[in-house]
Design a protein around this ligand. Structure first.
Ligand SMILES: [Zn+2]
Length: 374
């Protein structure tokens, strides 16, 4: 994700701020000045948004640090104007672990809310509930802490809506997984989420326009999660050895780019492994060959353009695991070795897509919409 600014690093996790967030701050400031508020009120409004997002960062760290206890790392936390996003490597497969990770975020907001209520009780302040009836009454300068308490309660409630991609959707899925399999649980949770989403859109038309956006957001999140899980469960009993290709054309590092183009045009292979002295030194895809042709011409050696950042798969590896590793590295092809370190074939993205199609045909259902790595 580009357009993001690194603002902090804690417990080995980088926190990024998406630039559109700055627009939100400017918009809050300008609209409060336009609404006739004085400078102090306008600036406290901006300060309030910053405090709110600090709470969201803590919420995301709740997820990330709980996931770490189960050996799952978090690549980054990004703040967007619509909220925070902790990029976990994956969600835990064990339902109890998933439940703990999903609940940890909202639990942080509960803790913050309790601390803020204690502060209010100790200083003898009250919650300005009259504000809720009349939004023009909202004053951050006067009720900074009380408002922060209210938004933490709202964050807690909003995140526990039982629909993907909200935390509540994962809580629901984890609870259902304890009873049914994970794939069935995901399907039920996704259906409930989509039902709720339609409800949000419906009420949005009648009452509040924002509900329509929330509804669409939930609807897309629920469908994405469901197809990802369907795909995983379809592939769950397969290993790399089941779907790898034994027939493939290796390119030699000293061959020319022109020769690679010929092979590309001649057959149906779109990505290749590249060898030198009987060793694999990397891989190359169609796009990389075309780019090499444009930049260096057809006489240049393939060695100059080979992608050396490759991974080796083993035939006994679970296909889902291989797929995740390939997606993470954006690899389109990988060499596959047996237990003795002998090269036995290659695996490409197309093999995986074909496996998904074959498995869904066998189970008599429609192939899920593809989630492709790049
Ligand atoms: Zn969360």
């Amino acid at each position: 994700m580009t357009w993001s600014l690194k603002i902090a690093r804690f417990a080995g996790i980088n926190v990024y701020l998406h630039w559109t967030f700055l627009i939100l701050l400017a918009w809050i400031f300008i609209s409060s000045v336009n609404a006739g508020q004085d400078l102090v009120e306008a600036l406290t409004g901006v300060g309030f948004i910053l405090a709110l997002f600090a709470c969201i960062v803590l919420h995301e760290f709740g997820h990330a640090l709980t996931a770490r206890r189960y050996g799952i790392q978090t690549q980054r936390i990004t703040l967007l104007p619509i909220g925070g996003l902790a990029m976990l490597e994956k969600m835990p497969e064990n339902p109890r672990h998933e439940l703990a990770v999903a609940l940890a975020g909202p639990a942080v907001n509960v803790v913050i809310a309790i601390l803020l209520s204690l502060y209010l009780a100790l200083t003898g302040q009250e919650l300005p509930l009259s504000q809720l009836e009349d939004p023009s009454q909202i004053s951050f300068a006067r009720y900074f802490i009380p408002n922060l308490l209210i938004v933490n309660v709202l964050l807690f409630a909003f995140n526990l809506i039982p629909a993907f991609p909200m935390d509540g959707g994962r809580v629901l899925r984890a609870l259902l997984s304890m009873r049914y399999g994970r794939a069935t649980a995901t399907n039920i949770a996704a259906k409930i989420g989509q039902f709720l989403a339609i409800g949000f859109v419906f009420f949005g038309f009648m009452y509040d326009f924002w509900l329509i956006f929330i509804g669409l957001f939930i609807y897309l999140g629920a469908s994405g999660e469901a197809s990802y899980e369907t795909q995983r469960s379809l592939l769950s009993h397969l290993t790399v050895g089941d779907v790898l290709m034994h027939q493939y054309t290796p390119l030699h590092a000293w061959e020319t780019i022109g020769r690679a183009v010929e092979i590309l045009l001649d057959g149906h292979e779109k990505e290749f492994i590249v060898t030198e002295d009987n060793h694999i030194i990397g891989t190359i895809s169609r796009d990389e060959i075309i780019k090499g042709l444009q930049m260096l011409g057809k006489e240049e050696r393939i060695k100059r353009i080979v992608n050396q950042d490759w991974i080796r798969l083993t035939a006994d590896m679970e296909l889902n695991e291989a797929y995740e590793q390939m997606s993470r590295k954006k690899m389109s092809i990988c060499p596959v070795y047996d237990a003795y370190g002998e090269l036995v074939g290659v695996l490409n993205q197309e093999n995986i897509l074909e496996a998904i199609m074959v498995e869904s045909a066998r189970e008599g259902r429609k192939a899920p919409p593809q989630i492709v790595a790049d």
